[in-house]
Design a protein around this ligand. Structure first.
Ligand SMILES: [Zn+2]
Ligand SMILES: [Zn+2]
Length: 165
């Protein structure tokens, strides 16, 4: 959604509120998570002594795929966003400053940028997830498999030395 800020852009102390459903069904995270159709977004842009500050709250539910055991699990999206909206960028790399388009702000861009930056590199169903057995592929969270552990490589070197005798 594009929000017009003409009423607050020159009015310190004023604010513009927003409340909408952001469609993110096109977002993909390489199969690591599937996004809901929409995020519920509420927030406002305030003019604080001439600076435009956007605060927003975005909520929804996504389905993740555990990086270790490959099981799907649900996770809440609950993002608190704060961004400065500026007519020009001082520092191109500052992730918290967004460019105005005339007297409009592209709310979707700000929220999706934060959503992507906040995605964890590795989504795990639990910190203690045991993952899959490398040999038989069994999900070790369901119990141990029958594979024998590999021989410690230091021991196998020792074994070779003994064999060569
Ligand atoms: Zn897992
Ligand atoms: Zn196994």
């Amino acid at each position: 959604m594009r929000l017009r800020l003409n009423k607050i852009i020159d009015m310190p102390g004023s604010e513009a509120k927003f409340d909408y459903a952001l469609n993110i069904s096109d977002l993909e995270f390489d199969g690591a998570a599937s996004m809901p159709e929409t995020l519920d977004v509420t927030g406002k842009v305030r003019n604080i002594a001439g600076m435009l500050v956007m605060t927003a709250h975005a909520v929804g539910k996504m389905t993740c795929v555990c990086a270790r055991c490959l099981e799907e699990f649900p996770r809440d999206i609950d993002l608190n966003i704060e961004a400065v909206l500026a007519e020009e960028l001082q520092d191109e790399d500052d992730p918290d400053v967004f460019l105005l388009d005339g007297d409009y702000v592209d709310l979707d861009e700000v929220i999706i940028t934060h959503l992507v930056l906040n995605m964890e590199q590795k989504l795990l169903c639990s910190e203690n997830c045991k993952g899959l057995c490398e040999k038989c592929g069994k999900n070790l969270n369901d119990g141990p498999c029958d594979c024998r552990p590999d021989i410690d490589p230091r021991l196998s070197v020792l074994q070779q030395l003994l064999d060569n005798d």
